[in-house]
Ligand binder design. Sequence first.
Ligand SMILES: [Zn+2]
Length: 490
Amino acid sequence: MKGWMSIVFILACLLWLIPTAVHADSVKVQVDNLNVRSGPDLSHSVLGKVQKDETHSIVDQKDDWIKIKWDNKTGWIADWLVNVKQEETVKSKVDYLRVRGKSGMDGEVQDYLMKDEEVTKLDQKGDWVLIDQNTASGWVHKSYLSTYSKEQPKETSESELSKSLGKVKVAAAVLNVRSKATSNSSILTQVKKEDSFEYSEEKQGWYKISLDNNKTGWVAGWLVTKDNSSSATPQSQSKVTLQYNATNLRSGPSTNHKVISSADKGDQFSVISKEGSWYRVSYKDSSAYVAGWTVKESKSSNIKSASVSKGNLQGKTIVLDAGHGGFDPGAIGRNGTYEKTLTLQTAQDLKSTLEQNGASVVMTRTNDSYLSLSARAAISNASSGDVFISVHYNSVPASNSATGINTYFYNDSTRSLASNVQSGLINSTGLRDRGIANGNFHILRNNQKPSVLVELGFISDVNEEKTVNSSSFQSKASQGITNGLINYFK
Ligand SMILES: [Zn+2]
């Protein structure tokens, strides 16, 4: 099968299968640019598009189609391209919990679950539970699972209300309210920009807010601002000017916080507040943190704000694939770095750099979730991507020592893409050049877009593991790949 028929077929097989009785009230979109139609089949006109990872509430369902509420309108989307939110979730109590091909100890081990990993329970046979996480399903023994009920936020009592520590205001267009102070906990609801909430607790950069319905939930601190609307003091006009190229903008006030983006020497940002030696600055529709030792503060107000769009990749769409994820950690570094964590970090950093250069970016995954190789290729094939880049880190057994970066391609027609990306990487990072090579990888072989797989260094080497973990390396790698793409498209 070729063309869209096969894409639809693959997606239908690989992506979430909807249980027959749908009592769930929302769907999570699994692909980018999914058409929303005026009626429940392909003959109806396209009203608009929804994007991967968006959540929409279900208002109706007919055959293989789901009617969703979106942008204050309603429309129909194909149910095989979305993931209906499941009710029952279970969690692994241990690391490397064996996931077997069939129930029973004789079932072949096909995967592992890591401790606290949340998966959906599909079925149970005796002591064995059939679990499903994205595209993989298998059997695990129930004694290693804890039932994880989507934490019903408890009712807020009067005494709790009185413990309000202040107010926060939503700074992002739409913000998820989660059951816990982590970005992989379940989404309870969403709130809109400018909405303001009392908060009763602050933990690891998250705020516990009180919702209208007497419930509470957690929101990411970097997507809200402390609401000072009660005080009449106008916002400070002070700005900071970056002193170095490729300065990281982070989600919180320490180098342990996630890099959201980077900006260059001379770029200026408005200061929202100062926390310790970190500045919280306005960034896009939200805010970010920048280290005080990388900036100069100025009070003058008539300075141009940072120009972020350089535009060299205007009109191009790049599909980024962060290798591994979920129960597949990829390689494990000599000091314990998980490849899956690094690849996601790099992909997110690279996404920002590409967007600053005018490109659109499609991500195969945006969190620590498992995605099969076929699903990754299917996302690429169904996208409007101009190129596909799969990000990996390398490893060799303990007895060997190897370092450096290499880039793989599959078709000879993508050789020039590989060599441009490789040169960009080597020029920018200065790591050892291992060259480009033909690699017979599933993700490249089954990809209809010009595609490459980059191995950004060996985490089996203690020094290189340390290097690639640094934010400066992450920025350099992103810049290197971006430069390579700019040259490739010239
Ligand atoms: Zn890998």
